[in-house]
Ligand binder design. Structure first.
Ligand SMILES: O=CC(=O)O
Length: 339
């Protein structure tokens, strides 16, 4: 890289990725010094004159940030698979490239999806809480104690059926599920990519839903794994939830706003669905301790830890640095968003 490039990095990175970044000659690295989210004011001030910005999903990349950086900006490298925090149009019109990390986190998120399905069906949160709050002695073993629906024989519904959904399916097949129905941005159409060679010639039916109503009515387990866009915001609404089966569970590993939280609380209160397992929620992480969703015994909520394995976070960090450097040099990225 002939001239000195300023790069802004909004977090300290895991060892290997940090070393890779620091090993590049001629880089002026401006880095937020802690593990906590970067302060917005700091980011706007330091973006000025940057050629590249490596940021997290909690950092909003909008017109304000892009303008603050100015004409030197060539690349945004996002440490995430989701890019709803990035204004793609603002990048596109300026020819700024966008890197992301969609492949290395697939297994970790699919593993967590399985955990949430089982927690929701088998009442994991409620069961642990009963033991921890000393209620077990008052509820001795009985045939119907803490029973929930069984995964064997379930119809699994996928809202969004990309890499993570298909990796989840791979894990679900040995449980003896009976059928899959999925909805993508093209209702009724077969998915374009069969990422793990599972769909063609599968032993169980794997079918595209013609619309969201079909997905709602037929799923025993509904997995939300789609991107957050204008058309998916609050797609899981009062109307959607009211069409779901009483013994069904909802799992969200995508983005909080795809599910209308108030509608979910109401559906759980009315027993319209059996339970929920959430890795994400609207307005995270600023959920108030007295929020009604936290009082739902049948809802398990974990703090957006889908990709949180040590191995995956190391890979995401390294891949983000590689994308940043490729963007500066005008070379192919590990993974680039087509804007
Ligand atoms: O939600 C996590 C991500 O987008 O990486």
């Amino acid at each position: 890289m002939p001239q000195k490039h300023k790069v802004v990095v909004t977090r300290q990175l895991i060892d290997e990725a940090q070393k890779l970044l620091e090993s590049v000659p001629g880089l002026n690295i401006v880095q937020w010094p802690t593990e906590q989210p970067a302060d917005r004011k700091w980011l706007l001030e330091n973006a000025k004159g940057a050629s590249g910005i490596l940021l997290m999903l909690s950092d909003i990349c909008d017109e304000e940030l892009i303008k603050a950086a100015g004409d030197s900006l060539k690349v945004i490298a996002s440490f995430s698979v989701g890019t709803d925090h990035v204004d793609r149009d603002a990048l596109k019109k300026r020819g700024i490239r966008l890197g992301y990390t969609p492949t290395c986190l697939t297994d970790a998120v699919a593993d967590l999806t399985i955990m949430l399905i089982l927690m929701a069906q088998r009442r994991g949160g409620e069961a642990i809480s009963k033991v921890q709050t000393g209620q077990w002695p008052k509820m001795p073993w009985s045939p119907l104690l803490m029973t929930g629906p069984q995964i064997r024989g379930s119809t699994i519904g996928f809202l969004g059926f990309g890499r993570i959904g298909q990796a989840t399916l791979k894990r679900l097949l040995p449980f003896g599920i009976s059928r899959v129905v999925y909805l993508t941005s093209e209702p009724g159409q077969l998915v374009k990519e069969d990422h793990f060679g599972l769909i063609k010639g599968a032993a169980i039916p794997i079918e595209p839903a013609k619309d969201w109503e079909q997905l709602a009515c037929e799923s025993d387990v509904l997995i939300v794994g789609c991107a957050l866009t204008r058309s998916t915001k609050h797609l899981i609404s009062t109307n959607f939830l009211s069409r779901m089966k009483k013994l069904s569970v909802l799992v969200n590993i995508a983005r909080g706003p795809v599910v209308d939280t108030d509608a979910l609380v109401a559906a759980l209160d009315k027993g319209e669905i059996f339970g929920a397992g959430l890795d994400v929620i609207e307005n995270e992480p600023n959920i108030l301790a007295n929020h009604p969703i936290l009082k739902q015994p049948r809802c398990v909520l974990v703090p957006h830890i889908g990709s949180a394995t040590i191995e995956t976070r190391e890979q995401m960090a390294t891949e983000s640095v590689k994308n940043l450097l490729a963007g500066l040099k005008g070379e192919p990225m590990v993974n680039e968003v087509e804007l």
